[in-house]
Design a protein around this ligand. Structure first.
Ligand SMILES: Cc1cc2nc3c(=O)[nH]c(=O)nc-3n(C[C@H](O)[C@H](O)[C@H](O)COP(=O)(O)OP(=O)(O)OC[C@H]3O[C@@H](n4cnc5c(N)ncnc54)[C@H](O)[C@@H]3O)c2cc1C
Length: 328
C-alpha cells in the first residue's frame, strides 16, 4: 500500500489527505502545532469570567467554487459551519470556532501533532521524515503543505524548481489583536473593513454559534503590521485598540482581556492557481502560496494535488504529470 506523509495539517494538507484517504491511500499528517487548522486558528484564553475564544487568524471564508461549496454545504448540514452575512454575501464561519470543520475532517485521519518536520531525506526505501534527531517514519510520497518560506528549505534539496517557486513567493505579516469588553461597543457594525493601519475589525462574538460576551478581533494591515513587526504585543494592543476607538468615535472602555498574535506569514502575494507535483520522486506541494491567500484557494490546491497523486498511482501507463500544473 502506498504511504503518504503530509507536512502541515492546515486546510490544504487536510484537503489533500482527505482526497487520498477516500481513494484508499494511507496518509499520515504531521503538524508542529498542538491542533489542526493552521491559520484557520482559534485562541482560547482563561479569564476570571471563564474561558473565552477568538478566531485569531482567518476571520471567515468563502465558498464560491462548485466543489468547495458542495463540501461546505455538507458541513452546514452537519452544523459545523454557518453563513455569516456580516462578512459578505458569501461569508462562512466554522461553528463554534473557525477551525471546527477541519477538526471534524481530521478525526478520521492519522494526525501527529506537536511534531515539527525539520528535514526530508530520500533513499531506496522512499522518504524519511525527521524531527530534529528523531526519525518520524518512511513513506513513498511526501507532500509539503506549509507556507512558502517554510517550504523552501524542505524542498530545496530534492527539487530545485519547486524550491524556486516557493522562494519567489512573499508572505505578508499581520498583527491580530483580541479584546473582550464588559459591555457591547456602540456605534460599530459587526464587520468593519479597515483602511490605513487597519485591515479589519470584527465583532467575533457576533458570529453564529459563539458564547455570549463582547469580543473583538482587530487586524493590522500588511504595511502597518510590517512596520510594527518587532513591537511588543502590549504596545500592539494599545495601538489597535486606539484604532478601534477611532472607528467607534468615542473613548472605549478598558478591555477585560487584551492580547495580540503576530502572524509572520499571514497571506502570500498570490499567483495563478498551481500545484506542484514531481511524480518521478513522489514529492508534492500545496497551500495558499500556490494560489491566493484565502482558505478556499488553499483547499483547492490540496484537493487538486490529492487528485494528481491519485491519478499518477492508478496507472503506470499514465503520462507523468508535469512538475508544475495548473489547478483545474
Ligand atoms: C490574520 C489572517 C487573516 C486571514 N483572513 C482570511 C480571510 O478573511 N478569509 C480567508 O479565506 N483566508 C484568510 N486568511 C488566509 C487563510 O487563513 C489561509 O489562506 C489558509 O488558512 C492557508 O491554509 P494552508 O493549509 O495553505 O496553510 P496553513 O493554514 O498555514 O497550514 C500550514 C500548517 O503547517 C504547519 N507547519 C508549518 N511548518 C511546519 C513544519 N516544519 N512541520 C510541521 N508542521 C508545520 C503549521 O503549524 C500549520 O498548521 C487569513 C490569514 C491570516 C493569518
Amino acid at each position: 500500500m502506498t504511504r503518504v506523509a503530509i507536512v502541515g495539517a492546515g486546510i490544504a494538507g487536510i484537503a489533500c489527505a482527505s482526497r487520498l484517504r477516500d481513494a484508499g491511500i494511507g496518509v499520515t499528517l504531521f503538524d508542529k502545532a498542538r491542533g489542526v487548522g493552521g491559520r484557520l486558528a482559534t485562541r482560547r484564553v482563561k479569564t476570571k469570567r471563564g474561558e473565552i475564544a477568538f478566531d485569531q487568524g482567518a476571520t471567515h471564508f468563502t465558498a464560491r467554487s462548485a466543489e468547495f461549496r458542495a463540501l461546505v454545504e455538507g458541513w452546514e448540514r452537519d452544523e459545523l459551519v454557518a453563513r455569516w452575512s456580516a462578512a459578505g454575501e458569501d461569508g462562512w464561519v466554522g461553528t463554534p470556532s473557525i477551525n471546527t470543520p477541519l477538526k471534524a475532517m481530521a478525526r478520521d485521519l492519522d494526525v501527529r501533532l506537536s511534531c515539527p518536520v525539520t528535514a526530508l531525506t530520500r533513499g531506496p526505501a522512499g522518504w524519511t521524515l525527521h524531527s530534529e534527531a528523531q526519525r518520524l517514519g518512511e513513506f513513498d510520497i511526501a507532500v509539503i503543505a506549509i507556507p512558502a518560506e517554510q517550504a523552501a528549505p524542505l524542498l530545496s534539496l530534492h527539487d530545485f524548481e519547486m524550491a524556486r517557486a516557493a522562494m519567489s513567493v512573499r508572505s505578508y505579516p499581520c498583527w491580530s489583536a483580541m479584546f473582550a469588553f464588559a459591555e457591547p461597543l456602540r456605534g460599530l457594525s459587526d464587520f468593519v473593513r479597515g483602511s490605513g493601519p487597519l485591515a479589519c475589525a470584527v465583532r467575533d462574538s457576533a458570529k453564529p454559534g459563539r458564547t455570549p460576551g463582547e469580543r473583538w478581533v482587530v487586524q493590522g494591515s500588511w504595511d502597518w503590521s510590517e512596520a510594527h513587526l518587532t513591537h511588543e504585543s502590549g504596545s500592539i494592543c494599545a495601538l489597535l485598540l486606539a484604532e478601534l476607538g477611532r472607528l467607534a468615535e468615542y473613548e472605549l472602555p478598558h478591555p477585560l482581556h487584551a492580547s495580540a498574535h503576530r502572524w509572520l506569514f499571514a497571506q502570500p502575494s498570490g499567483q495563478d492557481r498551481r500545484l506542484l507535483w514531481n511524480a518521478d520522486i513522489g514529492l508534492g506541494a500545496c497551500g495558499d502560496w500556490l494560489s491566493h491567500g484565502f482558505a478556499e484557494f488553499a483547499w483547492q490546491t490540496g484537493h487538486a494535488l490529492g487528485e494528481a497523486i491519485m491519478l499518477s498511482r492508478m496507472s503506470d501507463d499514465a503520462p507523468r504529470p508535469t512538475v508544475i500544473a495548473d489547478v483545474p
